[in-house]
Design a protein around this ligand. Structure first.
Ligand SMILES: Cc1cc2nc3c(=O)[nH]c(=O)nc-3n(C[C@H](O)[C@H](O)[C@H](O)COP(=O)(O)O)c2cc1C
Length: 332
């Protein structure tokens, strides 16, 4: 309530990326104040423990990749109620991402469009930061992607470098082959390329390996992807990343809808449910459901569709941390 009445209006007066940066800075400062973290925890953190792919989660609601790419505010997220955190996506090379503006609000639709392009400080910098962070009260996933400068045929080495730098800090590693904002990346979802990538990573990953999928795959392509995941002992699937589709936008957001990039938030909810249902029916793999959780019922629908865990990003922008608490409460 306080978020929607006070915090969101103030943040929405800022440019979207400036609002994101301001929030991360405040949360990073909070992360260094144990008394403030404890107060937040009392307000927001609720428990509903479960164990998935051998990892114990204090509750099943996670922070989706992209919000805290460089792990700047890690202690703050569990204090705001999250039961796990996915940092990244990071790449082998530090990179600036695409030119700004590259993040857009679609308020009438409860959506965002982003073409950030994996702006991040690189895998080595994240490793150094995680070294100094100390133990967290929730599991940490680390999302890996390909550096923009690395040609697609050298992608495997690129991911391997990041895996080696970061595996010791991770409770799971997410293989991001589904961002629409790195040219060619999603070709790594194809059978042969994905098989090669997963075989190499599986041989060196000491932790569960998950694959994050795009919503824009056909059922046939998704089925093939699941076969490849099973062949390479992948521990789970994260469904879904942002979409290139512009279905479901409110008329008031039509102009913004013309921005290039991936769409997230409410317009993604139905497709997220479809893909989670498909993966849960078609394979034995646990699913992390993500996409369009704006109110607690959206999360419950993803659990009903077969998700073992859920994540959110855009819902936090529109709903604030009370949304996380609301979801966990609703689990009974
Ligand atoms: C600004 C922004 C940046 C994102 N960056 C990443 C990323 O680096 N890696 C990734 O796997 N997903 C990234 N995502 C996708 C989210 O993790 C999530 O899959 C998607 O937004 C759908 O969930 P939502 O509707 O709750 O936002 C990003 C999303 C947004 C809005």
């Amino acid at each position: 309530m306080m978020y929607a009445r006070l915090v969101r209006p103030a943040l929405f007066r800022l440019d979207p990326e400036a609002a994101h940066e301001w929030t991360l800075r405040r949360l990073a400062a909070l992360s260094r104040r144990p008394a403030a973290l404890a107060a937040l925890r009392r307000l927001f953190a609720r428990s509903a423990p479960r164990t998935v792919f051998g990892v114990r989660f204090p509750n099943p609601v996670g922070l989706a990749a992209g919000m805290d790419k460089d792990g700047r505010a890690l202690p703050a997220w569990p204090a705001l109620g999250f039961g796990f955190i996915e940092v990244g996506t990071v790449t082998r090379q530090p990179q600036p991402g695409n030119p700004a503006p590259r993040l857009f609000r679609l308020p009438a639709s409860g959506g965002l469009i982003n073409r950030m392009g994996f702006n991040n400080g690189g895998a080595a910098a994240l490793a150094a930061r995680l070294d100094g962070t100390g133990p967290l009260p929730v599991p940490l996933g680390v999302s890996l992607g390909k550096s923009k400068v690395t040609p697609l045929d050298q992608a495997v080495e690129d991911y391997l470098f990041s895996l080696r730098a970061l595996r010791r800090y991770a409770d799971y590693v997410a293989v991001n082959v589904s961002s629409p904002n790195t040219p060619g990346l999603r070709a790594l979802q194809d059978r042969a390329a994905l098989g090669e990538l997963l075989a190499a990573l599986r041989a060196e990953a000491s932790v569960p390996l998950l694959v994050k999928v795009a919503p824009d795959l056909t059922d046939h392509a998704l089925g093939e992807l699941l076969d490849v995941c099973a062949e390479h002992a992948v521990a789970g699937v994260i469904a879904i990343n942002t979409t290139l589709s512009r279905d479901g936008l409110a008329p008031a957001d039509a102009a913004r809808g013309g921005e290039a990039g991936g769409l997230s938030g409410r317009p993604l909810a139905e497709r997220a449910r479809e893909v989670v249902t498909f993966v849960a029916k078609r394979s034995e793999l646990p699913v992390i459901g993500v996409g369009g959780i704006l109110v607690p019922e959206d999360a419950l629908r993803l659990f009903d569709a077969g998700a073992s865990l859920v994540q959110l990003y855009t819902g936090l922008v529109y709903g604030g941390p009370g949304l996380v608490r609301g979801i966990v409460r609703g689990l009974g």
